[in-house]
Design a protein around this ligand. Structure first.
Ligand code: ADP
Length: 405
């Protein structure tokens, strides 16, 4: 063997060791597959990861779909850049126990898809599996490239004995035939099929909220029966999901009590039951609509509550599980330029329920009330999370409304 060949083998062995080291801290690895693109594979992966995280699991969501890495859009993470430390990529934190990494977060924009063609794709798959520092995880959900070609094959092989695959299909015949191929692909690789999800099955009427079967529904369910595979659930074509996909607010997190939100939760429970032999203990039951989750907005300057509402440079948007008095997620958002009437609309559009502020003019206060947002003024300077925790525990001391302009 030449020196060059020896070096290459050594490099490959080192890479393998590193890959194994990263994967060793992950208990269960689930690959989400589909026969073709556009059937809702990423949507399923994202909502499954969220449902797991909201039920107390520590979760990583990895998007390696070259054909359209859509996880950043589905989760509202577009434009965010993951940091790097010690040669590793640090995944973004969506909630304290859900970390996210996507090929889309490493790309700068439209034309980059071209760069990934060819052998670089394999290198990128390996890098994303090997170089992301997840830490300890209960579940890693991998949004795989669609189809049954070299790309998903590499993902399965590099993951080394993944726990299983979830196969997503649509009810129409063609897509179901694609799924048959995906199932055969899993069989060849000894990858257990955890179950089949039938997406865009029936339609949720936006007026009466009932499911209507306008197209043929049940194809995936029949296929699961024929192939003696578990059927995990039918997700309707849901206008809420279209909105959720566009606004980056996945239903499992923001609308968990809707029909689709409930179905994702049931899918998650079946998967956990199959893998761990029991349904997860309910830890958090957030929902912005039924107010088991509240969204706070705190005007901030330099990371602390800012007493002069109109002078803040960012808002800390904090989601709180009210029943369990627990902060689920903090995001920093930059408001549009301050003009009369803009902020109340902006915060209402971002689903804020309550503002904790030092001071606020009475006109602004009324505008917020008209937009259905409660305002608590007279709070003191402090870390936004501490101010929110004090409020949910009934311990927030409020003084004068410090700024009445
Ligand atoms: P894939 O990963 O299979 O390519 P995506 O999950 O990215 O597909 O979904 C494609 C588009 O369809 C997205 O805009 C998504 O928001 C939307 N979508 C997915 N499932 C549904 C559904 N059940 N109802 C409405 N829209 C959906």
């Amino acid at each position: 063997m030449s020196q060059q060949q020896q070096d290459r083998t050594l490099d490959q062995e080192l890479e393998q060791i590193e890959l194994e080291r990263t994967l060793a801290d992950i208990k269960y690895k689930i690959i989400v597959l589909s026969g073709k693109g556009g059937v809702g594979k990423s949507t399923t992966a994202a909502n499954l990861a969220l449902a797991l995280a909201l039920n107390g699991k520590t979760v990583g969501l990895l998007d390696i779909d070259f054909h359209g890495p859509s996880i950043p859009k589905l989760l509202g993470l577009e434009g965010q850049k993951p940091a790097q430390a010690n040669g590793k990529i640090i995944p973004l934190e969506y909630t304290g126990n859900l970390k996210v990494m996507s090929l889309g977060l490493l790309l700068d924009g439209g034309d980059d898809a071209v760069i990934w063609r060819g052998p670089m794709k394999m290198g990128a798959i390996k890098q994303l599996l090997k170089d992301v520092s997840w830490g300890k995880l209960d579940y890693l959900i991998v949004d795989s490239p669609p189809g049954t070609g070299d790309e998903p094959l590499s993902v399965v092989q590099l993951l080394k004995n993944p726990t299983g695959a979830v196969v997503v299909t649509q009810p129409q015949d063609l897509s179901v035939a694609d799924v048959r191929r995906s199932v055969r692909f899993c069989e060849k690789l000894n990858l257990p099929v955890l179950g089949i999800v039938e997406n865009m099955s029936g339609f949720i009427c936006p007026h009466c909220n009932k499911r209507i079967d306008i197209f043929k529904s049940g194809g995936g369910e029949q296929l699961a029966k024929d192939m003696k595979l578990p059927f995990l659930g039918k997700i309707p074509l849901d206008p809420e999901m279209v909105k959720a996909g566009d606004s980056g607010e996945p239903v499992a997190y923001f609308h968990s009590k809707t029909e689709s939100g409930k179905i994702f939760n049931e899918i998650m429970e079946q998967i956990v039951e199959r893998i761990e032999g029991g349904t997860p203990e309910k830890v958090i039951k957030p929902d912005l609509e039924t107010k088991t989750m509240k969204r706070y907005a705190i005007p901030t300057a330099n990371g602390e509550l800012c007493l002069h509402f109109g002078h803040c440079d960012q808002f800390a948007i904090i989601d709180v599980d009210v029943d369990n008095k627990k902060i689920i997620r903090t995001q920093l958002m930059t408001p549009p330029p301050h003009e009369p009437g803009v902020l109340p609309k902006w915060l209402a559009d971002n689903n804020v329920n309550i503002i904790l502020a030092g001071g606020m003019g009475s006109r602004a206060l009324n505008l917020f009330l008209q937009n259905g947002i409660q305002v608590v003024s007279g709070a003191s300077v402090g870390k936004p999370e501490n101010v929110v925790l004090a409020h949910i525990n009934g311990e927030l001391e409020t003084g004068e409304n410090v700024c009445d302009h």
